[in-house]
Design a protein around this ligand. Structure first.
Ligand code: TXA
Ligand code: MG
Length: 331
């Protein structure tokens, strides 16, 4: 398959119409969101959604988020919209937040992987909303990477994983957030964060009064409620290790350099002789983490050492991703 590559700008109406028509015709189109690039299909067409699982090599028990362009489009996808879901939607949409709600009959089993809930998001990125509006249907979209790889935050990275497998890639520049949306379960009495992201627990608590973190994320004896959180994820090709302190980072990097290895480092400061990926703040790290990991792959490093960050605020989402990237190797 020849994958079309379209650049987006303010004046891309024609491109959105063509891409929307591809979605309606059951084809796959990758598109930018403010978090990461998504791999979109008509969310009401089971055969189209099935193609997403094939293109990504995604396990069939991992449900997919439906993306909408306007808040009231949520109504047809759910039954009995709870006051909790409504308040969260009004507070944080459009934005990097996904709500898990009871699903309505129009949502098919292949989207929800058989669950009786569906995940819905109204993205902050205007290009994403324009595409959804042009398609005229909710767009089912996971991150546009091959399963297990870091999520793509640029169209070129989507191309690395998806060229030849999908109908089109829309290039809307680099994603502003860089980490996937916060997934919140709204089906209980308290909002439960199933995947930490840019909308932090502190922000949710301020609006809702209380919030919990899915116990499956912190207790390895429990299964995470978001099926996708149990898989190995975000893995660069080189072995990656997370270092708890700067001292450990220096020792590890020094030892690897002494063995003549090509060493990648992710830290707020550079280390001499290494391929350094430095950042200035947690926001900057969240924004660039997946890009750093893919860039270190491109540089063909032998090993990656990343410095741990405090696990609160945005740091919780960053550490959640980095722990998965390193397959639990924390030194
Ligand atoms: O920022 C994002 O959320 C990006 C952009 C493209 O919108 N999408 C994304 O999708 O990260 P994906 O498929 O890579 O991750 C969706 C996560 C998975 O962990 C999945 O298991 C979970 O959401 N999920 C989807 N539907 C669910 C449901 N009904 N109940 C619980 N978890 C669900
Ligand atoms: Mg993903």
């Amino acid at each position: 398959m020849q994958t079309k590559f379209w650049n987006l700008s303010e004046n891309s109406d024609d491109v959105f119409q063509q891409a929307g028509a591809l979605i309606r015709a059951g084809k796959l189109v990758a598109f930018p969101t403010e978090t990461v690039y998504g791999l979109g299909a008509n969310g009401l067409d089971s055969e189209a959604v099935a193609k997403i699982y094939v293109a990504k090599g995604r396990p069939s028990d991992n449900p997919i988020i439906l993306h909408i362009a306007k808040l009231d489009e949520l109504n047809s996808l759910t039954i009995n919209l709870s006051p909790m879901a409504k308040k969260l939607a009004e507070s944080f949409w459009p934005g990097p937040m996904t709500l898990v709600v009871p699903r309505s009959k129009i949502v098919s089993d292949i989207v929800t992987a058989g669950l009786d809930t569906v995940a819905v998001r109204l993205p902050g990125n205007e290009y994403a909303r324009k595409l959804i509006a042009a398609a005229g249907v909710p767009i089912a979209a996971p991150s546009a990477n091959i399963s297990g790889r870091p999520s793509p935050t640029t169209a070129v990275e989507v191309k690395e994983d998806m060229d030849g497998k999908i109908a089109a890639i829309l290039d809307g520049g680099a994603c502003e957030e860089g980490l996937e949306s916060t997934v919140i379960d709204t089906t209980g009495t308290v909002p439960v964060v199933l995947r930490p992201g840019g909308i932090t627990q502190e922000m949710i608590k301020q609006v809702m009064g209380n919030v919990e973190l899915d116990k499956g994320l912190v207790d390895s004896n429990r299964t995470p409620k978001a099926p996708g959180m149990k898989y190995k994820h975000y893995a660069p090709k080189a072995a990656m290790h997370l270092c708890r302190t700067e001292e450990i980072l220096y020792i590890c990097a020094g030892t690897a350099l002494a063995k003549a290895l090509k060493v990648g480092v992710v830290a707020p400061f550079p280390i001499g002789g290494c391929v350094n990926k430095t950042y200035t703040s947690l926001e900057d790290l969240a924004n660039k983490l997946f890009y750093f990991l893919r860039d270190l792959d491109r540089a063909k490093v032998d090993v990656i050492y990343a410095l741990a960050v405090p696990e609160w605020g945005l740091g919780l989402a960053i550490m959640n991703r980095m722990k998965k990237s390193c397959g639990g190797s924390i030194l």
